[in-house]
Ligand binder design. Structure first.
Ligand code: NCD
Ligand code: ZN
Length: 349
């Protein structure tokens, strides 16, 4: 039976730049009502002019008549001025992304002195912008890198007492436990790949470069904790795919890039994930605050960001398809796998 749900939002996606941007955007626009677009382009989104130009590139790729809406962010870099933050907010940014220096793709210009950015965080607080944090401490051992950044996250939370913060792509049991002790203005996104992979799926047998991402998938106990948080219907834990395409040659390389391309498969994989857990896909007939796919992908994130819920719906149809090996030179997550759900036509809620 086809299932209708409110159009999902993806609160963490990488759209890259033309020419790749064209394909990437349409894979997200097909499934999602909105997506929070990461600013780690080259050069990065740090000025209102770049943000406006990037929005134009994305809108051109979305095309007339497609209801998809990009939500834009800027990159918090050393030396960013609070006036720049005001200009970026006026140009429509809804968040600023903090990458610690050197921890992931295109983060060479990342932050190494958080305290020096106090004026930026104060401006964000005043403008009600959300701070998205890639929480990994440069130099720490890879499996401990996330929790090693907790003291910095806690310092920001304490020092800027009204700032809303998202810990992006949470990947460890310890960071999830820490989230529970932080105030409700701090939330976390979870990717589909961190719900499905452990480190063994990356390096436990053959080396699987298309499973390599930052933060790296960790132990089963970490994955199980993420699954439990999502399946408990915790409204502070919502979906952000971290869909991060790289050309095949950049992944299958002596020095391969981190990032997993999940945009084309995320929603069907999540539908199967909720079903395997015996949970419903939609909110219909459920008491409020219950766990289901629709709340995880279409409600909790929008509520945290104080955005109206999407009114449009998408319909999942049970029609098996095989994930292609390649999307314009990018190998998607689960290429070659059979997925049970596909998208049918849209409509009004
Ligand atoms: C992302 C990318 O490729 O831009 N890579 C990744 O492994 N997730 C950057 C990021 O979000 O860390
Ligand atoms: Zn990312």
């Amino acid at each position: 039976m086809p299932v209708s749900l409110r159009a999902p939002d993806d609160f963490h996606v990488h759209f890259r730049q033309p020419p790749l941007l064209g394909t990437i955007v349409s894979d997200t626009a097909r499934w999602f009502g909105r997506a929070l677009v990461m600013p780690n382009t080259v050069p990065p989104i740090t000025t209102a002019d770049r943000l406006a130009a990037y929005r134009r590139d994305i809108e051109a790729a979305v095309g007339e008549g497609c209801p998809f809406e990009p939500l834009l962010t800027f990159k918090v870099v050393q030396g960013l001025a609070d006036e720049q933050v005001r200009a970026l907010a006026a140009a429509g940014a809804i968040g600023g992304k903090l990458y610690p220096q050197g921890v992931t793709t295109h983060s060479e210009d990342g932050v190494f002195d958080v305290a020096s950015l106090a004026a930026v965080f104060e401006a964000m607080e005043e403008l009600d912008l959300v701070l998205e944090i890639h929480a990994e401490a440069p130099g720490a051992f890879s499996l401990d890198r996330e929790i090693a950044y907790l003291p910095t996250v806690e310092w920001i939370v304490r020092r800027f007492s009204h700032l809303r913060i998202v810990i992006e792509h949470v990947s460890s049991r310890d960071m999830l436990a820490a989230l529970a002790d932080l105030p409700p203005r701090v939330a976390a996104t979870v990717t589909v790949h961190h719900l499905l992979l452990t480190l063994d799926d990356v390096i436990g047998g053959d080396l699987r470069p298309h499973h390599f991402c930052k933060p790296i998938a960790k132990r089963s106990a970490d994955r199980d904790a993420l699954c439990a948080a999502v399946l408990s219907g915790d409204p502070r834990v919502f979906f952000g795919s971290d869909s991060a395409p790289h050309p095949r040659s950049a992944k299958e390389s002596d020095c391969g890039c981190a990032g997993i391309y999940t945009a084309p498969v995320a929603v069907p994989l999540l539908a199967e994930f909720f079903e395997r857990a015996g949970l419903p896909l939609t909110e219909s007939a459920l008491p409020p605050q219950s766990a289901c796919l629709e709340s995880f992908v279409s409600r909790w994130g929008a509520e945290f960001y104080r955005l109206p819920l999407n009114e449009r719906t998408i319909t999942l149809s049970e029609s098996q398809w095989v994930v292609p090996d390649d999307y314009d030179g990018v190998v998607p997550f689960r290429s070659g796998a059979k997925l049970r759900y596909d998208i049918a036509t849209g409509g009004e809620a």
